[in-house]
Ligand binder design. Structure first.
Ligand SMILES: Nc1ncnc2c1ncn2[C@@H]1O[C@H](COP(=O)(O)OP(=O)(O)OP(=O)(O)O)[C@@H](O)[C@H]1O
Ligand SMILES: [Mg+2]
Length: 112
């Protein structure tokens, strides 16, 4: 099952996503938590230590995603590397065994 949490700023998305991730993991599910916020703080909400958060490296999108355009001109993004390989390389495992990936983040001043 995949759950995406998006919406208005400060509505509680990160808190809710982290709580759902921890509860699902405590119930025995294998949980991967992907933070796509340009100011990522899901790892903190999940309870990872400062040392673990510092280990998280932003996943380079260009290495793992490819845009494909179908015959009608609709574009979609596809993983081009196995997900297990990506999470092994860039992920960190937090409390309750939740695996965390940071998909984005600030690249530097004036760089988006
Ligand atoms: N159910 C709740 N009751 C009271 N406070 C809450 C609740 N859920 C979240 N909060 C608080 O509201 C604030 C915003 O929550 P959170 O960071 O989860 O929102 P967000 O939607 O992820 O925000 P952003 O758009 O900045 O990423 C935090 O201080 C959080 O502790
Ligand atoms: Mg948030």
């Amino acid at each position: 099952m995949r759950i995406a949490v998006a919406g208005k700023g400060g509505a509680g998305k990160t808190t809710l996503a982290a709580t759902m991730a921890r509860l699902a993991a405590q119930r025995g599910h294998s949980v991967n938590a992907l933070d796509d916020d340009p100011n990522p703080n899901l790892a903190r909400a999940l309870g990872l230590s400062t040392e673990q958060i510092e280990q998280l490296r932003r996943v380079p999108r260009e290495e793992i995603l490819e845009e494909r355009v179908d015959g009608d001109g609709h574009a979609s993004l596809h993983l081009i590397r196995p997900f297990e390989e990506i999470i092994e390389r860039y992920g960190v495992t937090g409390p309750d065994g939740v695996r965390v990936l940071a998909m984005t983040g600030l690249l530097g001043a004036g760089r988006g």
